[in-house]
Design a protein around this ligand. Structure first.
Ligand SMILES: [Zn+2]
Length: 487
């Protein structure tokens, strides 16, 4: 197994029974969080990370957790605190699970040098070689503790040596620590993704590669839904859109108060991409990931199914995040939608199950929102700065069923031929291409494609440059997609 796989398998999450009644939406902004960083040394093997390095990693270096939190919150949250000396002569850790991998609460509330009355959070660093323990754990808010200084509420996070060390904090943030600290700010979920595997949309828990609360291999900012829930993006930066027009979205990574950094579309009809799971979207969040700031130096290696790593070159563009506000009563959970659901050409099927790496919508590409007459097209990009998006609320209505919804057209734009991928081998009757005035340009009948139903090739070399609509009919349904010809 490669390192990333091991990391994913070992990362586990400590779900507290803390009441959700406080709500996680519009939680205020957090300000400066006072934290006590307390290292516990179970080995005393001389390989302990130095207290100076720990201090750099948390508070002082350019890639400290403090710097990271300040950037992603646009200066609305920060960390302050002290790194304490190692606790030694601890009873040995054993086994798995929180109580066997991390110091017990009775040990963390009796440290004479820690002033529990002033802290918002305690961070436990565990230097041990216990096997079967996760990378990090966190409470999802402040928890009540009875300490030697009295009764106080504070956040509790823990990390194991191998996952925060070694790190060069002049170049990289410990993403495990950053992830868990955001959990402790009251984010009780992960950024998931819908990917298409073997022709089926599958909800991949933890699967948003652009998000620190997801796989975080391509960028580390949390998505705009999380930022809205934390109060880091406000109504000044989030624009609700319900009419056709062109809208500008500024890079999520930049601090731009008053500029639109996320667009929210309240869907007239809920979007159920995969009826076989409970996830349903009532809103879409559109955000431009420009990969600036902390995101610009993120490790962009993506694990392939054969165990090798694939490096993605500068992945950025419009992300479409579905908000599942139904599965949980108290908060909406973000799910990245892969706008390129077919495996990438030269990588082929090995790219699964992580093909959401190409989830972003790029210049001149259009995403059709299923079950709604809405389309989203990227019409202009100023790299790293902003993106202009044409949102059409009157897109030619499509009678999509789940089978026709699996159809995909590529390349688009096309020059000499276009391929219609039909992974479920759905029986089709006819394919027609119309220009934007509604004039039929071309018809392909089933005799021409029945023998190659899974990959239907259409000759478009005789067509002139422009935008067309390609209508695909089965016996009972039809779907219409946009096709751009660029000779
Ligand atoms: Zn987590």
């Amino acid at each position: 197994m490669n390192k990333v796989t091991i990391f994913l398998l070992l990362t586990f999450f400590f779900y507290t029974l803390f009441s959700l009644s406080q709500g996680f939406v519009n939680n205020p902004v957090l300000g400066t969080q006072e934290v006590a960083v307390v290292p516990f040394d179970y080995l005393q093997d001389g390989n302990e990370q130095s207290l100076t390095d720990i201090d750099n990693g948390f508070f002082t270096s350019s890639f400290s957790i403090k710097s990271f939190i300040e950037e992603i919150s646009y200066g609305k949250a920060s960390l302050n605190g002290i790194v304490y000396p190692y606790r030694t002569n601890q009873p040995p850790l054993f086994g798995t699970g929180y109580t066997n991998c991390y110091p017990l609460d009775q040990d963390i509330v009796n440290q004479p040098d820690v002033d529990y009355s002033i802290i918002d959070g305690i961070v436990l660093l565990v230097h041990s070689n216990t096997t079967g323990c996760g990378a990090g754990v966190s409470s999802f808010e402040k928890l009540p503790f009875t300490t030697i200084d009295g009764d106080f509420n504070f956040r509790r996070s823990g990390f194991r040596t191998s996952f925060y060390f070694p790190h060069d904090f002049s170049k990289i943030t410990s993403s495990t620590v950053a992830h868990e600290i955001i959990h402790s700010f009251g984010v009780p979920y992960h950024s998931n993704a819908y990917i298409k595997s073997n022709g089926q949309w599958t909800l991949q828990g933890y699967g948003n590669l652009f998000d620190i609360m997801g796989l975080r291999s391509q960028a580390s900012h949390p998505c705009s839904l999380v930022k809205q829930q934390k109060g880091w993006l406000t109504d000044n930066e989030i624009e609700n859109v319900s009419t056709t027009g062109t809208y500008r979205i500024h890079a999520l990574e930049k601090t731009l108060p008053g500029q639109t950094q996320s667009i929210v579309i309240d869907l007239p009809n809920d979007l159920d991409i995969q009826p076989n799971d409970p996830t349903i979207f009532s809103k879409l969040y559109l955000e431009y990931r420009g990969l600036t700031g902390f995101d610009s130096r993120t490790n962009r290696n993506v694990p392939l199914s054969d165990g090798t790593m694939h490096t993605i070159q500068d992945p950025h563009g419009l992300l479409i995040i579905g908000a599942d506000c139904q599965t949980n009563n108290d908060y909406c959970v973000p799910v990245l939608v892969d706008t390129h659901p077919e495996p990438m050409g030269n990588i082929g099927t090995n790219y699964e199950p992580h093909e959401a790496s190409d989830a972003q919508l790029n210049l001149d590409e259009t995403y059709f929102v299923g079950n709604n007459s809405i389309s989203i097209e990227v019409v202009n990009v100023v790299e790293g700065d902003y993106i202009d998006v044409f949102i059409d609320f009157s897109t030619l209505s499509t009678n999509e069923n789940s089978e026709l919804g699996q159809l995909n057209i590529y390349p688009n734009p096309a020059s000499d031929k276009v391929t219609i991928a039909n992974p479920l081998n759905t029986s089709l009757e006819e394919i027609s291409i119309y220009d934007l005035s509604g004039k039929k340009i071309k018809t392909i009948t089933r005799e021409a494609f029945d023998s190659s139903l899974s990959q239907i090739s259409v000759d478009v070399s005789d067509m002139t440059n422009g935008t067309y609509l390609i209508q695909i009919n089965s016996k009972e349904h039809s779907t219409t997609k946009k096709l751009v010809i660029s000779q």
